[in-house]
Ligand binder design. Structure first.
Ligand code: PHE
Length: 483
């Protein structure tokens, strides 16, 4: 049989935008700002930037180079570098397999909020109990109206399915016709929206429940200026660990995605430059999200508003849009459209990591591979949704640290806190000590491009990164306690 030519991105802009699309996601928009606020703003920002150009740079260069060198998807790529390391491919594919179902559930939440604001129901979306009512199909709150919901108890299932099916359709269209094309359209719109909303956020002025009137610029200070006086050794370490965990998740490394995308990059392309651009976009969107969200929260909710933590995006932000009056529906719709694009380009990449693996390993046609994995993810995602529904499968357990956990939280913990650090540690060992950093550096420099931070790369991949990652893993597992 004639060997089919591997798909590839037509241009390096397409690749950069697709990879940035994967990297820019809920992590940037929702997780980064609340971590920054929690860890004292400016200091977090500073540490994050330093880690991005050292630790992040190392991991991203490594994965994209492995992909391009082996021209294989994650499942088989590690085995090509060294036969004994096939197991790492299985482990790396496990991460997107676990993440996809719950990412689709959150994607569905975003679609729901987008629709609510677009149809002028923003005020309703801002009421107490709306979020819980929505995810539980009304079974956790008494008077949930569903904000014009037509799917009743299964509202969250329906929206998840819409998001999942959209993701699958794009992946069926392939690397060029799907991923690259959609990234080229969605990412520039996303950048414009982020910049526009960030500027808007700086111009607002309003009164918080504490009665104080503040401006957006005052809120910005909380985000940007480090409060050096209140830093303690412990808070410094917490900040470093938070920044590292965030960076790792934000760049979409340690789950095979960047290997899959790297395998579609042409040999002539300048890898070093692409890596820098991807990092730049990812970091810029994270920082701008802080500019977009933190001032708005401070103005409308006061300094305590930031303690909303994870619920910030679905609970606090709608309140802020509602407090803006009629214009809030428009700003809210634009905001959630932007979040939706960010989530969609990320979920595409998660699905692609698995689909490309099924294609390479089992020689399945793309369409069949996509349908198989999408159906599995859809079924798991329905279970995740129904875990919140008292009349269906209500599910609530306590995690070892005492917090309440849902199926979604458990999947998130398993993938992000345990499997991803393990994959990254093994990748560092494989590259640093078995196949040697030179293999990656040569690949990155293919075509005569110079890689600038070579010595840094070698030291990072062999020593610093694995040690930091082991530390991160031990903290995640609760073996080392920071407090
Ligand atoms: N990197 C994405 C973000 O910052 C999240 C993501 C996780 C994307 C897993 C793909 C896979 O939100």
């Amino acid at each position: 049989m004639e060997e089919k030519k591997r798909n590839s991105f037509a241009g390096s802009i397409g690749f950069v935008l697709a990879a940035a699309g994967s990297a820019v996601g809920l992590g940037n928009i929702w997780r980064f700002p609340y971590l920054a606020a929690k860890d004292g703003g400016g200091l977090f920002l500073l540490i994050y930037l330093i880690l991005a150009v050292t630790f992040g740079y190392t991991l991203l260069t490594t994965e994209i180079s492995i992909g391009r060198k082996t021209k294989q998807s994650p499942l088989t790529a590690y085995g090509v570098l060294n036969k004994k390391w096939n197991f790492l491919g299985v482990l790396a594919c496990l991460v997107p397999f676990i993440i996809l179902p719950y990412y689709a559930v959150i994607g569905g939440w975003v679609v729901k909020y987008f629709v609510a604001f677009l149809t002028g129901h923003g005020a309703e979306a801002a009421t107490d109990g709306f979020f819980n009512g929505f995810i539980s199909g009304g079974t956790l709150v008494d008077n949930y109206s569903g904000a014009s919901g037509i799917f009743g108890q299964y509202e969250s299932v329906a929206y998840m399915a819409i998001f999942m099916i959209a993701t699958s359709l794009i992946i069926i269209l392939g690397v060029n016709g799907g991923i690259e094309k959609f990234s080229m359209i969605l990412m520039p719109i996303l950048f414009l929206l982020v910049i526009g909303i960030a500027i808007f956020s700086l111009t607002i002025k309003g009164q918080a429940p504490d009665g104080v009137t503040r401006t957006g610029l005052q809120g910005l200070k909380v985000f940007l200026i480090p409060d050096f006086e209140s830093i303690t050794v412990k808070s410094f370490f917490t900040t470093v660990i938070d920044a590292m965990g965030q960076l790792f998740y934000s760049l979409s490394v340690a789950m095979g995605i960047m290997i899959a995308y790297g395998s579609y990059v042409k040999d002539e392309a300048n890898l070093v430059k692409s890596v820098n651009q991807i990092e730049f976009f990812d970091t810029m969107v994270a920082v701008l999200s802080g500019v977009m969200i933190i001032p708005a929260v401070i103005v409308f909710m006061g300094p305590d508003g930031m303690s909303g933590g994870p619920s910030l995006m679905f609970v606090s932000l709608p309140k802020i849009f509602a407090a803006m009056g009629p214009v809030g529906n428009v700003v809210g719709a634009l905001f959630f459209a932007m979040v939706l694009f960010a989530a969609l380009t990320s979920s595409m990449s998660i699905l692609e990591a698995i689909v490309s693996s099924l294609i390479d390993k089992f020689k399945l046609p793309r369409k069949a591979a996509t349908i198989v994995e999408s159906v599995i993810a859809l079924i798991l995602a329905v279970i995740v949704c129904l875990g919140y529904n008292k009349n269906a499968l209500f599910f609530n357990i306590k995690l070892p640290n005492g917090s309440d956990a849902q199926i979604l939280d458990i999947m998130d913990y398993l993938s992000n806190n345990i499997t991803m650090p393990i994959v990254a540690i093994f990748t560092c060992i494989l590259v640093g000590w078995v196949v040697k950093p030179k293999t990656i550096i040569d690949e990155a420099e293919k075509g005569g491009y110079k890689m600038g931070r070579k010595l840094l790369y070698k030291v990072m991949i062999r020593f610093v990164a694995p040690i930091m990652l082991i530390f991160l893993l031990l903290i995640s597992l609760g073996i080392i306690k920071l407090d």
